[in-house]
Design a protein around this ligand. Structure first.
Ligand SMILES: [Zn+2]
Length: 379
């Protein structure tokens, strides 16, 4: 991994500046700088700060360090600095004017465009040195590096960072299906998904699911999955997988309802698609559990029905007031072993567990010592 610092003068930066309105691709620095690499193209340009950028340049105030990535072909792409670069280049192209403090009327402002800069200011503008860090290294190093910069304030999501490093035709294809505005992943199944798809949340989720389907799990699963597939010709297989997940969901659990949003459907599909499930029975159980006040985490009902893990339902527990009542009702003694304990050493217990129809009510409650509670702990 190699990180170097360099200066780029504004006069160099603005050479060959071009904005392609069709693709929203932007190049500068004689064509060798990709100002809006693909993973940043969805961002809408915000022109609120552009006057401040130009004022800083004209007065030689620091603009903050920019980050470029050196590509294998010797060109660069902007990781951080897009807005500043576009402001400078647009100003250089006389695409807008800025308000700057007047030289002749103190306290007043002049609206100045590039051709009308004061004497000496044009030269200052051209000679302004931009401070740039350039990163080169292998893909894993770059991902680590980006995550570090991210901490310093470049607000990129993890998946945006991966996209920056691991770009390929396959990834471009995957992004057009999962993260482009009005992409099919959002149009058809967005209601089941959570997070901001423009900011790559669906893409990250589907990569994680697809990785799990191939047995790739753990913290680095998405990185590993992307590295394994980046040379694929297209993302058709990924799209088919995604569709299969939701076809299975519909077949198994019926039509959509709002509790289905954000469920880890891909993981459930991976591990239960071959189970012998009875959709009618399952959907009846879903209805019952949805109506059950004891179940506090409704969106986990689907996973519970497939795995039997009652813990994830976040079942109701006795609150402090109930526990105090039961404690005094029992005279401070454990309902099983009969020994006396401090209140804080005891646990509220359902006499009839939830799994057998017991509710969180005083007539179904008792206080147990830690030891007895552990012995009993069945739902
Ligand atoms: Zn006890």
């Amino acid at each position: 991994m190699h990180i170097s610092k360099m200066e780029v003068k504004v006069s160099e930066l603005i050479k060959g500046y071009h904005e392609d309105t069709e693709t929203s691709r932007v190049v500068a620095w004689g064509g060798k700088l990709d100002v809006r690499p693909e993973y940043q193209r969805e961002y809408v340009y915000d022109d609120k700060h552009r006057d401040a950028v130009i004022n800083s340049v004209l007065q030689w105030f620091p603009l903050g360090i920019m980050y470029f990535v050196l590509r294998p072909d010797g060109s660069y792409e902007v990781l951080d600095g897009q807005q500043r670069i576009i402001s400078i280049c647009r100003y250089a192209r006389n695409m807008f004017s800025v308000k700057i403090p007047s030289k002749t009327l103190p306290g007043k402002f002049d609206i100045v465009n590039r051709p009308n800069l004061y004497e000496g200011q044009a030269q200052k503008f051209e000679e302004y040195p931009l401070q740039v860090y350039v990163c080169e290294g292998d893909d894993e190093e770059k991902i680590d590096w980006f995550q570090v910069i991210n901490l310093a304030g470049v607000a990129l999501e993890d998946q945006e960072i991966r996209n920056a490093v691991l770009h390929s035709a396959w990834l471009t294809d995957a992004k057009s299906a999962f993260s482009r505005r009005n992409c099919p992943a959002h149009k058809h199944y967005g209601k089941y998904m959570s997070g901001d798809y423009i900011r790559q949340k669906y893409l990250e989720t589907v990569f994680r699911w697809a990785a799990d389907a191939e047995g790739i799990t753990g913290k680095k699963a998405v990185d590993q999955y992307m590295m394994a597939h980046r040379e694929d010709a297209s993302a058709d297989a990924l799209w088919k997988y995604y569709e299969d997940v939701f076809k299975w969901v519909t077949k198994t659990f019926g039509p959509y309802n709002s509790n289905m949003k954000g469920v880890e459907w891909g993981l459930l599909y991976n591990h239960h698609k071959d189970d012998h499930l009875d959709p009618d029975e399952l959907q009846q159980r879903v209805k019952e559990l949805m109506a059950d006040n004891e179940v506090q985490k409704k969106s986990n009902i689907y996973e519970y029905l497939l795995t039997g893990e009652a813990k994830i339902l976040n079942l109701r527990a006795f609150d402090e007031a109930d526990r105090v009542t039961m404690y005094h009702r029992q005279g401070g003694k454990c309902a099983m072993c009969g020994l006396p304990f401090e209140f804080k050493e005891m646990h509220g217990d359902h006499i009839i567990p939830w799994s057998k129809g017991g509710k969180t009510t005083l007539d179904n409650g008792q206080m147990l010592c830690a030891k007895c509670n552990l012995k009993k702990s069945n739902y």
